[in-house]
Design a protein around this ligand. Structure first.
Ligand code: UDP
Ligand code: MN
Length: 429
């Protein structure tokens, strides 16, 4: 399914020809073009002379979301492939995608998206060590896999789980697409729908993957070459606000904080989408964020020693110390396993590394994690330092006790790049 609005004929043709030339013929049931009310109806109509190509034309401008729903609804095949209208699929692009869906139809898969140069139209390989990410304003960005994630990828053909898909190019089982509620058809023109479908897929029982063996080039443009009847910003706000209101639960407050212009804006009726979420018994947004996907778990190491928690007789909460690292089969012992979360907490189950007095040498404690007003529990990774955000001091160790019985206590101190006691390695698994 390829939707387009005023696409150049040459790029549209490049997209379709590449699909025809580089896909085993029996794997294409049909190529459905949805002309989203382009100025020249011939763009689409003439292409329908090509074998397997069908042309649908909207009677008014609908935007890519409703256009894709249109295309999907008429599609007869069991698996849907969505492409933008300015792509070039590469050799053997489709099989690795279909294979993943054949094995498990709840997977929603994307190719690695290569770059078609905007000025020369040359095909340029992109990094395959990327996955989709976003910030609280619901702005999409590519994210490098961490060095730990890369180190673990011994097999470069292995799928990359991604929190979000870029949205233009993906393959999904048709029955699964329908079951999950297609798209939110009250979203207009462009934007935001990739968050909506990504949150929905994960929260309602599916998964999203980027498949490194499949590559498709796409022209990334600097700005939209078409008009937004309601204005670009208004449309983006409407679409992302619908996403936040339906899917983000209490975390929508972060969206509004990051995008104050969205407050009080009309966004239409979301009842049917809220009901869809109920009917599908989807997980909470917190579940999605807490999914290992969005945070890193592993050891926090200083040379051969690791940050550890242990219960103490006379104290209610476990205490912290530095002890020899314990690993078995590549996984760390539970007492040495820490999670670095999306909101900069370093946590172990419900407990977080916290500092309540902001002086040099103040102790670092474990205390119950707080969802908000938690500046005392926020840590930033700055090189090999772990910086306590409220004090701007760094996680440090100090030796206490006599030489026989000495232990290391965890404190914060002014950051010093040369202090070995402030160097931490977060060995995330
Ligand atoms: N599109 C559409 N109707 C619209 C806007 C966009 O059919 O009102 C098509 C567009 O021609 C393209 C796809 O939707 O094939 C995605 O849009 P675009 O490439 O502009 O988005 P980007 O890739 O820049 O995010
Ligand atoms: Mn595009």
């Amino acid at each position: 399914v390829i939707t387009f609005h005023n696409e150049a004929r040459s790029t549209l043709l490049r997209t379709i020809r590449s699909v025809m030339n580089r896909t085993p013929v029996h794997l294409i049931h049909e190529i459905i073009l949805v002309d989203d009310f382009s100025d020249d109806p011939d763009d689409c109509r003439l292409l329908a002379k090509l074998p397997k190509v069908k042309c649908l034309r909207n009677r008014q401008r609908e935007g890519l979301i409703r256009s894709r729903i249109q295309g999907a609804d008429v599609a007869q095949a069991g698996v849907l492939t969505f492409l933008d209208s300015h792509c070039e699929v590469n050799k053997d692009w489709l099989l690795p995608l279909l294979q993943r869906i054949k094995e498990d139809p709840t997977r929603v898969v994307s190719p690695v998206i290569d770059i078609i140069n905007l000025d020369t139209f040359a095909y340029v390989a992109a990094s395959s060590d990327l996955r989709g990410g976003f910030d609280w304003s619901l702005h999409f960005k590519w994210e490098q896999l961490s060095p730990e994630q890369k180190a673990k990828r011994l097999d470069p053909t292995k799928p990359i789980k991604t929190p979000i898909i870029a949205g233009g190019l993906f393959v999904i089982d048709k029955a699964w697409f329908n079951h999950l509620g297609k798209y939110d058809n009250a979203m207009d023109i462009w934007g935001g729908e990739n968050f909506e479908i990504s949150f929905r897929v994960w929260m309602c029982g599916g998964s999203l993957e980027i498949i490194p063996c499949s590559r498709v080039g796409h022209v990334f443009r600097k700005k939209h070459p078409y008009v937004f009847p309601e204005g670009n910003a208004n449309t983006y706000i409407k679409n992302t606000k619908r996403t936040a209101e339906v899917w983000m639960d209490e975390f929508k407050q972060y969206y509004y904080a990051a995008r104050p212009a969205a407050q009080g804006r009309p966004y239409g009726n979301i009842q049917s989408r809220v009901e869809l979420r109920k009917r599908l018994k989807c997980h909470s947004f917190k579940w999605y964020l807490d999914n290992e996907l969005l945070y890193q778990t592993g050891m926090i190491r200083q040379r051969q020693s690791c940050l550890e928690s242990h219960k103490s007789e006379d104290q209610e909460l476990p205490i912290l110390s530095l002890n020899p690292c314990i690993t078995s089969k590549g996984t760390s012992a539970i007492a040495q396993e820490w999670t670095y979360t999306y909101n900069h907490q370093v946590r172990q189950q419900q407990l977080c590394l916290s500092v309540y007095t902001l002086f040099p040498g103040s102790p670092v404690l474990l205390s119950p994690c707080k969802e908000s007003d938690n500046k005392q529990q926020q840590w930033g990774k700055v090189g090999s330092h772990l910086e306590h955000i409220a004090s701007r001091f760094c996680l440090d160790t100090e030796t206490v006790g006599d030489t026989n019985e000495s232990t290391k206590e965890l404190v914060i101190n002014p950051c010093e790049s040369t202090a070995m006691s402030q160097r931490w390695d977060m060995v995330m698994s």
